[in-house]
Design a protein around this ligand. Sequence first.
Ligand SMILES: Nc1ncnc2c1ncn2[C@@H]1O[C@H](COP(=O)(O)OP(=O)(O)OP(=O)(O)O)[C@@H](O)[C@H]1O
Ligand SMILES: [Mg+2]
Length: 373
Amino acid sequence: MPITQAAREDPLFDALISTAVDGIVVIDEDSIVRVYNKACERLFGYRTDEVLGKNISMLMPLPYREAHDAYVGHYLKTGERHIIGIGREVSGRRKDGSTFPMYLSVGEGHVLNQRIFVGIITDLSEHQARDKRIQELQLEMWQLGRLTDMGQIAAGLAHELNQPLTAILNYTNAGRDIAAESGDKELERIFAKVAEQTSRAGAIIKRLRSFIEKREPHRVPEDLGRVIEDSIRLGMTDAAERGVDLELDIATGLPKAMIDRIQIQQVLVNLMKNAAEAMEDSPRRLITVGTATVGEDLLQVSVADTGPGIENEIADKLFQAFVTSKRNGMGMGLNICRSIVESHGGRLWAEANPGGGTVFRFNLPIAKDEPVA
Ligand SMILES: Nc1ncnc2c1ncn2[C@@H]1O[C@H](COP(=O)(O)OP(=O)(O)OP(=O)(O)O)[C@@H](O)[C@H]1O
Ligand SMILES: [Mg+2]
């Protein structure tokens, strides 16, 4: 009795095979397909009746196709395994000739005195697309991170330097007046030079600030839940190693937010990193990221931790540049977060978490003129 028929006669086997999410293919010693399930129809685009009784190589792209029979023959002769009992990433070929990445694990067995090979197939296209997207996002974040960090530091420096430069200019002008009154032409000339160079330094700084402020963010309607998930994938890859649990509390049916995705990811990554760093010595390490709507126009995101709370000396200058309690901290994270949120017309603040720890919350505008899909 052929294997396929035996299978059809067992309803449990039939149900198992046809409801499996992964593709299942059974071939015999001659590489002829004996079982081909529903998931395979979706994966390869061939109907069952187009594949049963044919050589499995039709589901493989070149060069696997040509190598396959030789490989099975070699295995039957020598018992040398490359894939049987193991599994590996290979390519599948669809009916339309296109290929896709798949994970194939192959087991060997005997049914009705015939040797069979059972292949379980998992489609990896989505995994690959996701990996690629993560790589792209990481690159974008890295680029933006550098730009914003540098921009912020430059803006901070420009602000700090402006005051002493103005003072130098005032003192120099006063010195020049005194030199002029006392008739010391040489000293007057030197003071004039100092004033000129100081003005030049001031102009450079002014140009730098206007250059930084000119960078326009790119704001479009975005799904906040997705932005949060991306941020976790990007920024919290080492959460498990740090012993940090992450919980999402994302409201369903939220309207889209009008945001620059990468900038908001940067805010989320910064807040989650701070939360993880704060909980290093805490017995319970949980970060909860939540979303909610506030009134008609605003969305609110919260990042809560179970850490020790914010140190008293820092509490009232948390968002200032270069304020840090960490040995290797720059103290720029929250400063950058706040300016990003404020540039979106929102607000960022910290509260004590009622169960212990800290909650950072920020508001973002809802996208209003979103076209109906
Ligand atoms: N979740 C939190 N719990 C407790 N304290 C926090 C938390 N987040 C921030 N802080 C405090 O605020 C300070 C400033 O944070 P900020 O992110 O601006 O700088 P940083 O983390 O010290 O350095 P970096 O520039 O690398 O981010 C921290 O050093 C820490 O003391
Ligand atoms: Mg930080």
